[in-house]
Design a protein. Structure first.
Length: 276
C-alpha cells in the first residue's frame, strides 16, 4: 500500500498511512466511555450524548441529576474529516486530532463580500471555517439537541430558521433565501432572509426540541398553515408567506388567530410543538 492513503476506524482507533509514513492516533474514553452513547450517525457525523454530568460537586449534584432525568444533557458533534470536508459555525470547534487543517473557505474578495452580506441578513456568522485533511473534529458541547438531516431528502434544498446551523458537509451550497414577499417579514415579525442549503450532503442543526417531539409534514401540491413560528426547517421548494387566517379582517377576528405562517407547494416542513 506504499504511496497510497487509507483510513480505518475500528473501536475508536484510526490508523493512517500516507506516502509511506505511518501516522496513528487512538481515542479512548470518549465514544467508548460507559457515560457516553452515540445517539445518531449520518454521513461523516456522529452525535454523542453524556448520560450524566459527572463534573459536579455537592452543591450542583442534585440539579445535575434531575436535569439528566429530564433529558437535559450535554451533547457533542463528532466529525470524521476523512469522509468529507466539514464547514462549521464560527467558534464551535473544541478539538481536532490528526492532520486536520482549518481554512476560511473563501474563494476571493467577491466571495467574502457575498458571505458578509449573507451573514448580516440571516444573523449567521459571515465566515464559517472549513476543516479539511485526515482526522477527527469535535465541536463544543451543547445542551441543545443536535439533528442530522440529509438535504437530498428535502427536495434538493432546505431552509432553516436563524441560529440553528451547526455544521455541514462542505459540498453543500449555502445561500441566502428571501421570503416570498415583504409581508412575510413585516407581518411575521421576523427577518426577510433565511439560510438555505442546497445539493447532496448532511447538515447538523442545533434544536431546542428533541427529534422525538418534532413533527414532520410532507406536502404534495398542498398548503400548511401554522399559528406561530414553530417551523424550524422547510423544503426550499415551498413558497412561504405570512397571511391573515381569514380572507377578511372580520374572518380573522372570528377565528381568533390573526396571522399565520403559510407553506405552499410540494416539500416537507419540520415543526416544533411549541415556540421557543
Amino acid at each position: 500500500m506504499s504511496g497510497s492513503t487509507y483510513n480505518v476506524l475500528i473501536k475508536y482507533e484510526i490508523f493512517i498511512e500516507k506516502k509511506g509514513d505511518r501516522h496513528m492516533f487512538k481515542i479512548r474514553n470518549f465514544q467508548d466511555s460507559d457515560n457516553v452513547k452515540i445517539v445518531e450517525e449520518l454521513g461523516p457525523f456522529q452525535v454523542v450524548e453524556y448520560k450524566r454530568d459527572l463534573s459536579v460537586d455537592h452543591s450542583t449534584a442534585q440539579n445535575a441529576y434531575y436535569a439528566s432525568q429530564m433529558n437535559v444533557r450535554r451533547r457533542q458533534l463528532v466529525c470524521n474529516v476523512n469522509l468529507s470536508n466539514i464547514t462549521v459555525q464560527a467558534g464551535s470547534m473544541q478539538w481536532t486530532v490528526g492532520d486536520v487543517k482549518a481554512t476560511t473557505g473563501l474563494k476571493g474578495v467577491g466571495d467574502f463580500i457575498k458571505k458578509s452580506i449573507r451573514g448580516s441578513v440571516t444573523n449567521e456568522s459571515a465566515i464559517k471555517p472549513e476543516y479539511t485533511g485526515s482526522g477527527i473534529l469535535v465541536l463544543e458541547p451543547t445542551y441543545k439537541h443536535i439533528l442530522l438531516i440529509d438535504v437530498d431528502q428535502w427536495n434538493g434544498g432546505i431552509v432553516i430558521e436563524d441560529g440553528l446551523f451547526l455544521a455541514c458537509e462542505s459540498e453543500l451550497q449555502l445561500k441566502t433565501v428571501m421570503r416570498s414577499n415583504l409581508s412575510s417579514a413585516a407581518l411575521g415579525g421576523e427577518g426577510l432572509f433565511n439560510l438555505g442549503l442546497f445539493g447532496k450532503g448532511v447538515v447538523a442543526l442545533e434544536s431546542y426540541v428533541p427529534r422525538e417531539e418534532l413533527i414532520e409534514i410532507e406536502l404534495i401540491n398542498d398548503e400548511l398553515k401554522i399559528d406561530g413560528n414553530m417551523a424550524i426547517a422547510w423544503s426550499a421548494s415551498l413558497k412561504f408567506t405570512v397571511e391573515r387566517s381569514g380572507k377578511t379582517l372580520l374572518g380573522s377576528a372570528a377565528s381568533g388567530e390573526g396571522l399565520v405562517n403559510v407553506y405552499r407547494g410540494t416539500g416537507k416542513v419540520l415543526m416544533a410543538p411549541v415556540v421557543e
